[in-house]
Design a protein around this ligand. Sequence first.
Ligand SMILES: [Zn+2]
Length: 156
Amino acid sequence: MAIEIEKKDFTKLLAYKKHCDDNNIKPPIFGEQTHHGITATFKPKEKFTLIINRKGHIRHDEFTIVMRSNSNGTMFRYDICGAAHNGIPTPHLHIFDSMHNTGQNVIYGKKLISLGLLTSIKNNYDIHFILDTCLPNFLEYNNVSIDKVIIDDIIL
Ligand SMILES: [Zn+2]
């Protein structure tokens, strides 16, 4: 279960300029999950973890990205492909702050475009598009520098 993060703490955590501890990101193969360390560049005690999850139980194209503050808990869960949430299909974004009922009120549709996460909404996203576009957009949205980040493309 995710714990709600107070809005002011959430805003502060999101605003930190961040970088990946290892700029070479190797995403998981299907059925696996990987963890990637992220640090606030000017506040190095503030650590974050990017979790890339492909452990689909129902759909075999399931792809979820999580941004977690190591001190405050999960901030975002971005379900790009996977199960609907209260009838809202993927892609949708869970925000675990006090403004979004601890991730229950998901962001979807045009709102994802306005946040810069997507440029168009589809039901299915190709794995290469997810790795080349969705993942970097999510990192940028979280103020993680992607200048030096290399995301390995993977075989399904
Ligand atoms: Zn969801």
